[in-house]
Design a protein around this ligand. Structure first.
Ligand code: IMP
Length: 499
């Protein structure tokens, strides 16, 4: 019999006996969440656990949430309201559409959320995650409600922690593992197993969601519908973008349809922008999408056979001249500082070493490397080689070979900013501006290039061509696949010829 509200003593008794009985952690948390939500007279609830990086939260149990809410990807731990909960506090949001903690009140309204009560899951002084209860109509939460949720959260965290401990002891005694990972490390295996995928209309959307997850960009699938045309009170035309990325305040529409149909979609997006100029929306067409995937070795373009170098896009002389100019600019801008150059391996090696040799002020240099996107379960982006020294209070210049969608740089800038440098600027040799998805500030740009896949001067295609001293396109065997590396010389591009 499930507690129907108010009787907290009874609810706590039910929680302890449930956790005592159920061996499977997920089932246990699911049952406990139901008891908690109903005891608090809530309409819905969620339990989220931090991933192994402690930067994101993954859903482990949900109760009564609308389908809309389940269309969300991972949630950032930096999220204003959640970060307070993760610092160990219980947080009450009386009116979600007006509370400054709630970044997107429009979305809370859409999800039918009026009030929220959240408490941390703490085990042996370590925050493992959070439990939240939502109500549809506005509601006040009192001290005793908060105390109940805190206690229920503590009991759940204790059960979770003990289960993991039991598991580790079992493994250790069976000599399966002699290493003891930290608690969140052990929890990550649990969260990755029980993440619930959203329902996507098309496989391309699912792949795109995985890519966003990899770059740790929060997303909501089909977040809201916009009315494009009305006939009196009757809605004649609507438009529902595929994704909303809250951190970037950006809607993304993906179309893998033929060009003729994509034109229709383009028209709709133009119309949407006219009606809602405040909205930031981007369309990824079939070619954009294919190029995006090909970069990581997926999709039809990735199978394209390459014959060799197509056209030299930027000659050795032009590269050397421009690198010297950039080095001079940096030497002037940072004349009275001692900047630290941070190169992102491996594509940056040629550019970083030429640039550094031409900088005339004292600088230090370090390198970072990051993991690559694979669409299996290898987890989100990771730093595979970190900086060797602290960057606190240092002036950092990130050196990049090329900025394409901007997702890598966005992640890196967030990562480095959290280490409190005095400043961060970006110096990139190439800027493929037309393909930008995430806006990132670039202070020094060598060349803006059109949408061609390029190699040379450090840049590779399947690991090769890095040693070329110039930058070139590739030549394909199959002319149908020319979009990735074009088989024809690029058209004279004003931006390119000027720099
Ligand atoms: P972003 O995250 O989409 O901006 O991608 C940046 C990374 O993608 C770069 O550091 C490169 O490793 C890779 N990349 C993007 N475009 C090209 C290209 O045209 N040639 C080689 N690598 C590229």
């Amino acid at each position: 019999m499930i507690n129907k509200g108010g009787n907290y003593y009874r609810a706590l008794e039910e929680i302890t006996s449930t956790l005592n009985k159920i061996k499977n952690e997920r089932e246990g948390l699911q049952a406990v969440l139901k008891i908690i939500t109903r005891a608090l007279n809530g309409d819905a609830g969620i339990i989220m656990l931090l991933d192994s990086t402690r930067e994101h939260l993954l859903r482990v149990a949900t109760y009564g949430l609308t389908e809309w809410y389940l269309r969300k990807g991972m949630v950032s731990a930096q999220n204003a309201c959640l970060s307070e909960v993760l610092s160990g506090k219980t947080v009450v949001v009386g009116n979600a559409t007006e509370n400054p903690h709630v970044k997107h009140p429009e979305l809370a309204r859409q999800a039918g959320i009026a009030s929220i009560l959240s408490a941390p899951l703490i085990y042996q002084e370590e925050v493992l995650g959070a439990v939240r209860v939502y109500t549809r109509s506005e509601r006040e939460f009192h001290k005793k409600d908060c105390a109940f949720l805190e206690t229920a959260a503590k009991i759940s965290a204790m059960a979770l922690g003990n289960a993991i401990l039991r598991d580790t002891i079992k493994k250790e005694t069976s000599m399966e593992s002699s290493l003891e990972p930290d608690l969140t490390g052990r929890l990550s295996s649990l969260t990755s197993q029980i993440r619930k995928p959203s329902q996507f209309a098309h496989p391309s959307e699912e792949e795109f969601a995985k890519l966003l997850d990899f770059y740790r960009l929060e997303w909501i699938y089909e977040p809201r519908s916009f009315t494009l045309e009305k006939d009196g009170n009757r809605i004649v035309e609507m438009f529902t973008p595929d994704f909303y990325l809250p951190q970037l305040d950006l809607y993304v529409e993906i179309t893998t349809m033929k060009q003729s149909l994509a034109t229709e979609k383009n028209k709709k997006i133009r119309h949407l922008k006219e009606l809602h100029p405040e909205i930031n929306v981007k369309l990824l067409n079939k070619k954009d999408y294919a190029s995006l995937l090909a970069k990581y070795g997926y999709g039809p373009l990735s199978e394209a056979k390459v014959r060799g170098i197509g056209k030299v896009l930027i000659t050795v002389n032009r590269i050397q001249k421009r690198v010297m100019e950039m080095a001079r600019e940096i030497s002037i801008d940072y004349a009275d500082r001692r900047p630290m150059l941070v190169g992102v391996l491996k594509g940056v090696v040629c550019f970083a070493s030429d640039l550094m040799r031409n900088i005339s002020i004292p600088v230090t240099m370090d390198f970072m490397a990051i993991s690559y996107y694979t669409n299996d379960k290898s987890g989100p982006i990771r730093i595979t080689k970190d900086l060797e020294r602290s960057i606190k209070d240092r002036d950092i210049i990130i050196i990049e070979d090329i900025v394409d969608t901007g997702m890598t740089l966005h992640y890196l800038m967030n990562y480095l900013s959290s280490r409190q440098p005095a400043s961060i600027s970006v110096c990139t040799l190439l800027d493929k501006r037309v393909r930008r998805l995430v806006e990132v500030p670039l202070q020094y740009v060598g060349f803006e290039i059109p949408d061609y896949f390029v190699v040379g001067y450090g840049l590779d295609f399947r690991g090769e061509y890095r040693n070329l001293p110039f930058i070139a396109t590739l030549q394909h065997e199959d002319k149908e696949t020319r979009q990735l590396p074009p088989t024809v010389p690029p058209p004279p591009d004003a931006a390119l010829l000027q720099v």
